[in-house]
Design a protein around this ligand. Structure first.
Ligand code: PMV
Length: 333
């Protein structure tokens, strides 16, 4: 059996993609910028089926056996596959197995890692390499814009060219440039009730959305410069403002979307106090209640010691800036 297996990382957005200019092509209203993670990953194995005409789609929980994927996952994968097949004109039926090593659908960008893994596996199956500049566009065909960033390591902007919204993501700096840590406080690991896709559609109903879009170019420039200079304090202020603003848009959409839980707010407040006390630490929250606590290697132990005993945290995931997708010799089937 000729199997192709890859793993692809999740990423945490420092400047968030929120709201689409073109839903069919998944084009954003604004440029976004993320840090690719190292530990939180999706795995995908793909092989041609020699019998039958239907795809076989399998899913594995973090621990457990491979089982037939439930409908919602299956539909998302089939939709993405259809677009990939149109793009390559390759219609062979496939067996695809996928899994994540972290909670799915809880605001830790499992769609980014999952769909980028599928795009990369399919591209390799069609003869492309891990360095293909097309990977970002292929990942975006899934409908997940953040997947377009997960095909690259380090600090990534999507789209890379501000004048080309349908252009690929671009790496601004590799992970080694600034190996920041991401301590992820899992406040609630259950899948969120409002998907990011629904959130993107609702964004423009917030009366503050146009203000947000007008503020973003300057904030993006600030974050880019902070990364370039490894200026943690400049990064921290911009990243926290950005996180709060995304949720203001969500909470003032019609109908409103509340991703935060009480513990989310408590952690955000505590992180600010710690920074006031001199620690290089800041926090951001994607479309879910879980908090990404970013810090320098130097202040990681102190930050964790101060936060670990807070109430309302189910568990922690320790991650850091990492490289992009990898081809694997170990397969899921
Ligand atoms: O890529 P999507 O459609 O799952 O949207 C991602 C939305 C955020 O995670 C909140 C922000 C981002 O840029 O990753």
């Amino acid at each position: 059996m000729n199997r192709i297996s890859v793993s692809s990382p999740s990423n945490i957005a420092l400047i968030k993609y929120w709201g689409m200019s073109d839903a069919r092509q998944t084009l954003p209203n604004n440029l976004s910028l993320s840090m690719t993670l190292s530990q939180c990953r999706s795995f995908c194995t793909l092989s041609r089926l020699t019998t039958g005409t239907a795809d076989e789609i399998l899913w594995k929980r973090t621990s457990g056996p491979l089982i037939a994927a439930q409908n919602s996952l299956r539909i998302g994968i089939e939709r993405h596959l259809h677009s990939l097949r149109e793009r390559f004109d390759d219609w062979t039926p496939l067996c695809i197995a996928t899994t994540n090593n972290f909670p799915t659908g809880a605001g830790i960008a499992s769609s980014a890692s999952g769909f980028s893994a599928l795009a990369v596996a399919f591209a390799l199956h069609c003869g492309h390499s891990l360095n293909s500049p097309e990977l970002s566009g292929l990942a975006r065909l899934s409908g997940s814009g953040s997947a377009a960033r997960s095909v690259l390591g380090g600090f990534v902007q999507w789209p890379g060219d501000a004048h080309q919204l349908d252009g690929p993501a671009q790496q601004l700096a590799p992970a080694q440039h600034w190996p920041l840590h991401d301590l992820i406080a899992i406040v609630d690991a259950t899948p969120k009730s409002v998907s990011s896709r629904e959130g993107h559609f609702l964004a423009a109903t917030s009366p503050f959305y146009s203000t947000r879009l007008s503020l973003l170019p300057e904030r993006l420039a600030t974050v880019r410069q902070a990364i370039e200079r490894r200026d943690f304090n400049a990064l921290a202020v911009a990243v926290e403002r950005e996180a709060v603003e995304l949720h203001i848009i969500a909470m003032t959409s019609q109908p409103p979307v509340f991703y935060w839980q009480p513990a989310t707010l408590r952690i955000l407040e505590r992180v600010r106090q710690l920074r006031d006390q001199g620690l290089e630490v800041c926090a951001t929250v994607d479309a879910g209640p879980n908090v990404h606590v970013l810090c320098t290697a130097q202040h990681k132990t102190a930050a964790f010691a101060a936060l670990s005993m807070m109430p309302g945290i189910e568990r922690w995931i320790f991650d850091q800036a990492g490289d992009g997708p990898r081809r694997l010799a170990r397969h899921l089937f």
